[in-house]
Write a protein that binds this ligand. Structure first.
Ligand code: ATP
Ligand code: MG
Length: 399
């Protein structure tokens, strides 16, 4: 086999001075977990990059798997050889002829090992001439080459690479804390979760479920969505909160124009309690400004008022088309469009206020006691742990 290593470049990690160690550790963990099913491969960290030794494993599935890991800027297949002129030439030749005839190339040498006897510029020529002498249909183009063959001479060994594949970028999941993602069965919230993971945040999912008004299938849909997100975040805890009793009470006692606002406030209030219990410092929703009645500025203000937690809304400025594009890319879209009602659509009032007034909301809430219901809901949460390799329907209930 030509290539025996994969090089992983950290990208944004290099900017994070102090936290660097933690980020590299987390990335290593995430790569290790992702590649668990390939026991032959070995992972090594260095300050500025990571190497995966393939040990006979075919590279393509490993490259595919690594492309979903946040914190990786780019990946390259590499050949590792001793710091020996002839061995390097041989490997560079193999890397070049792996490309189709007619390809133009350029050699770029980096010599971190200053004891290597030939300077970088000179070595570019040495290797370039060697390749031209030993091939017929490849030519040099230093300005716009089809491939750039990188020769990286380090103290321990030399790495030869000729292709750079884009990584998922962002930060390693788990390096920036946890957020409680309010996951409905809709298109938006899974995308919001994905974007948070891209910034290094681990997800814990909260879903409000209202049996018998919402079906088992609606709950399974949310579990399937969370399961799909484990492709990026490996493990995700899902809290399913029984919402029907409180929802009915709100529906019955709060003027209909305001019931949506109160319902959302209660969702946030309970989410904050769960977050507190689970040591989570923020709440994330799939809200996007102006999309529906509950997502106007006035609504957000009235709803947000129940919590001091940061409520993160990564989709706030995005158009629906943009959100759908990402949903398709991350393969949550087809799950989201399954036709199951969620708790909000079942109880949706005919004309929710698009500009609810905070003092009115508070007044209506003060007329009913919801504390006992909230406590009751907290006591009856079903928690499920999902991992990338668990089956979506043989999940393990924790409580
Ligand atoms: P989505 O596509 O994510 O459902 P949406 O555009 O339908 O969003 P809403 O129904 O107004 O918008 O919901 C706004 C946000 O509230 C959702 O993105 C989600 O974060 C949260 N949410 C709504 N319903 C639920 C639920 N049953 N359980 C948990 N969170 C919910
Ligand atoms: Mg929705």
């Amino acid at each position: 086999m030509l290539y025996d290593h994969i090089l992983i470049r950290y990208g944004e990690l290099s900017l994070k001075g102090k936290n660097r160690k933690k980020f590299i550790f987390q990335l290593h963990e995430n790569v290790r977990t992702k590649l668990k099913q390939y026991p032959a491969v070995k992972i090594h960290n260095a300050r500025d990059r990571m190497t995966i030794m393939l040990n006979g494993q075919a590279p393509d599935p490993i490259l595919d798997a690594c492309q979903s890991i946040f914190g990786i800027q780019s990946l390259s297949l590499a050949i590792k050889v001793e710091n020996d002129e002839n061995k390097i030439k041989e490997a560079a030749l193999a890397a070049l002829t792996d490309h189709k005839a007619g390809t133009t190339f350029k050699i770029t040498t980096r010599r971190a090992d200053k004891s290597f006897p030939i300077g970088s510029q000179e070595f570019n020529h040495v290797v370039g001439s060697h390749l031209l002498r030993n091939t017929e249909e490849y030519t040099v183009d230093v300005h716009h080459p089809d491939v750039e063959i990188h020769i990286d001479i380090r103290t321990q060994a030399t790495y030869i690479t000729s292709k750079r594949i884009k990584g998922a970028a962002g930060l390693p999941v788990g390096s920036a804390g946890k957020t409680a993602l309010l996951l409905s069965g809709g298109i938006d919230s899974p995308v919001a979760g994905y974007l948070m993971m891209r910034r290094g945040v681990r997800l814990e999912v909260i879903h409000f479920h209202s049996p018998p008004f919402t079906s088992e299938a609606a709950k399974q849909k949310v579990i399937d969505l969370a399961k799909q997100l484990t492709y990026y975040g490996n493990q995700i805890k899902v809290h399913v909160v029984p919402f029907a009793t409180l929802q009915q009470k709100i529906h019955k006692n709060i003027p209909h124009g305001y019931s949506m606002t109160v319902m959302r406030r209660m969702m946030l209030k309970i989410s904050e309690k769960i977050a507190e219990r689970e040591n989570i410092l923020s709440i994330t929703t799939g809200e996007s400004l102006g999309q529906v009645a509950s997502q106007t500025m006035q609504s957000m203000h009235a709803i947000n008022d129940v919590t001091n937690y940061p409520v993160l809304r990564p989709l706030v400025s995005m158009d629906k088309e943009e959100i759908i594009r990402i949903a398709k890319e991350i393969k949550t879209y087809d799950i989201s469009i399954r036709p199951h009602e969620d708790c909000c659509t079942v109880f949706v009032p005919k004309a929710p206020k698009t500009k609810p007034k905070l003092d009115k909301v508070k007044y209506f809430e003060s007329l009913i006691n919801m504390e006992d219901d909230i406590q009751n809901m907290m006591n009856n949460i079903e928690t499920i742990m999902l991992t990338e390799d668990s089956e979506a329907n043989d999940f393990e209930a924790l409580f």
